[in-house]
Design a protein around this ligand. Structure first.
Ligand SMILES: Cc1cc2nc3c(=O)[nH]c(=O)nc-3n(C[C@H](O)[C@H](O)[C@H](O)COP(=O)(O)OP(=O)(O)OC[C@H]3O[C@@H](n4cnc5c(N)ncnc54)[C@H](O)[C@@H]3O)c2cc1C
Ligand SMILES: NC(=O)c1ccc[n+]([C@@H]2O[C@H](COP(=O)([O-])OP(=O)(O)OC[C@H]3O[C@@H](n4cnc5c(N)ncnc54)[C@H](OP(=O)(O)O)[C@@H]3O)[C@@H](O)[C@H]2O)c1
Length: 474
């Protein structure tokens, strides 16, 4: 077995950090460099997880510990595929693990989707979480009725943020620009629409119950009744499907409650396929087609009926899943939005690409919670270990081999110490308003906090501090 000395991980979300952890423990002596497009680490843990779920964000403490390893180096503000190619990484590192996630959204693909006030959940989530890509999005919350399409946890987050009393968000890390708009929101009613039935809804029960306990908000099921077929009953009886059973208990518990008089309302709809959006310039009506479910238990799909249903609304969010994006030099399965792989080893037309691996949402598609990525990254690193048993590694030079090309492109590298400066500045900004942090939402604001350097050769091999001393400061 040859010894891997240099590894690169592309992306600093959960899967990237778990890959680093597995590499550091699986390969004594290996040095791991992490390349991240933004100046800030943590991926969706920073820019996806809802601001009112602070406990879930504490996983960053685990990531921080990984970053403290002497064998680890952070290269923030470097977009792989643009600032540096994957081929260049493969030329420099024995192992390259792609962990750059699924950054874009799936579209409903219906007429009217482009009308004003029709958005994807991805935009809204990125906006309220202060992701720089979504800083300039605008949401017209002067509308009383919103429709959210999709019955997954992201749709639950979006609905909760729209309906939750804004005072309960003030002491979270929600972006200031979003808080300001939400404070003036006129949204009073959210319709949460799924294309399949209550037994197939993908909410985790915890998230669902959270929707049922929003202050001053009545939750209801459209039609006030739940009827499911025998295939659904079989699904619900399966011991492995406990989450669905609990969800069903929740939905049934909403029926027959009468009309609660609360300031806000959340209505669940089932078995409705998005058909079209109507309106003069902006969204006014959402037309759905009713469907029935057909097929064996756990394989049920929708069959359209002739019945159309319309919901008058002024605001729409499609929350039907995320999608991976191709980058140069990397094979890509456009249908599934993933990099084709066998247990994490990247394949081009069924043939392994030497040294190239993948993990996380880019490997398996956009599903799974933060913890799912740990097992996924361990699987990828175990595959690397198996592959190395029979391979002869050529001698590579790691980060030093990249210095020339990064310096040539004059990339402003954000190192670990730089990120720590941004981090403490954000925390300090939050203090006055009782927030855990006030995020910088523009990359220029983040870069202004640190003494940036381009990529001189010395910086490639030295510690962050020695790099800073030798840096060409802007
Ligand atoms: C809105 C939302 C809320 C969620 N809430 C929860 C929750 O409460 N609890 C929970 O357990 N799970 C939650 N999840 C799921 C969890 O966030 C994911 O399982 C996890 O983030 C996936 O990790 P990843 O590393 O594959 O991708 P990501 O977290 O997306 O990380 C990918 C990283 O790669 C970077 N990147 C992209 N392109 C490049 C490039 N070209 N070069 C360099 N870097 C690049 C990105 O900037 C990003 O930092 C949520 C997901 C979403 C979408
Ligand atoms: N608190 C948390 O733990 C948390 C919070 C947020 C996200 N997450 C995780 O992050 C992952 C992604 O969440 P997600 O909500 O984006 O995805 P998801 O769980 O896959 O849900 C997507 C929803 O969109 C529906 N859908 C897909 N295509 C559609 C179409 N063309 N028309 C109408 N509906 C369509 C799906 O219906 P079908 O079932 O019929 O396909 C499903 O209801 C999940 O694993 C989730 O658990 C976790």
């Amino acid at each position: 077995m040859t010894v891997a000395k240099h590894a690169a991980v592309v992306g600093s979300g959960a899967s990237g950090f778990y890959a680093v952890e597995a590499l550091l423990s699986g390969f004594p002596g290996i040095a791991v460099d992490m390349f991240e497009r933004l100046p800030t680490p943590y991926g969706l843990v920073r820019s996806g997880v809802a601001p009112d779920h602070p406990k879930l964000k504490q996983v960053t403490l685990v990531f921080d510990k990984i970053m403290q390893s002497e064998r680890f180096k952070f290269f923030g503000n470097v977009t792989v595929g643009q600032d540096i190619s994957v081929d260049a990484l493969l030329g420099a590192y024995d192992i390259v693990i792609l962990a750059y996630g699924a950054s874009t959204d799936r579209k409903m693909g219906i007429p009217g989707e482009g009308l004003d006030n029709s958005h994807s959940a991805t935009e809204f989530v990125g906006w309220y979480n202060g992701h720089p890509d979504f800083r300039d999005c605008a949401f017209d919350l002067n509308q009383e009725v919103a429709v959210v399409v999709g019955h997954g946890n992201v749709a639950a987050d979006v609905s909760r943020i729209l309906l939750r009393p804004v005072d309960e968000l003030r002491r979270t890390d929600i972006a200031a620009h979003a808080l300001e708009v939400l404070a003036e929101s006129k949204v009073r009613e959210v319709h949460l629409v799924g294309r399949r039935g209550p037994a197939q809804a993908k909410f985790t029960t915890r998230e669902l119950r959270g929707l049922g306990s929003i202050r001053d908000c009545a939750a209801a099921v459209h039609g006030d009744a739940i009827v499911v077929g025998s295939a659904c009953e079989t699904e619900l009886a399966a011991p492995s499907n406990l989450n669905a059973l609990r969800n069903m208990e929740f939905f049934r518990g909403l029926c027959g409650r009468g009309s609660d008089r609360q300031a806000r309302r959340l209505v669940f709809h089932f078995c409705l396929n998005p058909e079209r959006l109507e309106g003069e310039g902006r969204v006014e009506n959402f037309i759905f087609r009713s469907n029935t479910l057909k097929g064996k238990p756990f394989e049920q799909s929708t069959v359209a009926t002739d019945e159309l249903r319309s919901i008058a609304c002024g605001l729409v969010f499609g929350s039907i899943g995320y999608r991976g994006q191709p980058i140069e030099d990397v094979p890509f399965d456009a249908r599934r939005g993933i990099v084709p792989n066998c247990r994490g080893r990247v394949e081009r037309d069924g043939i392994a690409v030497d040294g190239l691996y993948v993990t996380g949402w880019l490997k398996r598609g956009p599903t799974g919670i933060i913890g799912t990525n740990r097992a996924d990254s361990i699987e990828t690193v175990q595959q690397i270990q198996r592959d190395l048993v029979h391979s002869e590694l050529k001698s590579k030079h790691g980060r030093e081999a990249l210095a020339a090309s990064l310096a040539q492109n004059r990339i402003d590298i954000v190192g670990l110490q730089d990120w720590l400066q941004i981090d403490s500045a954000e925390r300090a900004r939050g203090l006055g308003s009782g927030k855990p942090r006030e995020k910088f939402t523009r990359i220029t604001e983040m870069l202004d906090r640190v003494s940036l350097r381009h990529f001189p050769k010395a910086a490639a091999s030295g510690s962050d501090d020695s790099a800073r001393r030798q840096a060409s400061v802007r």
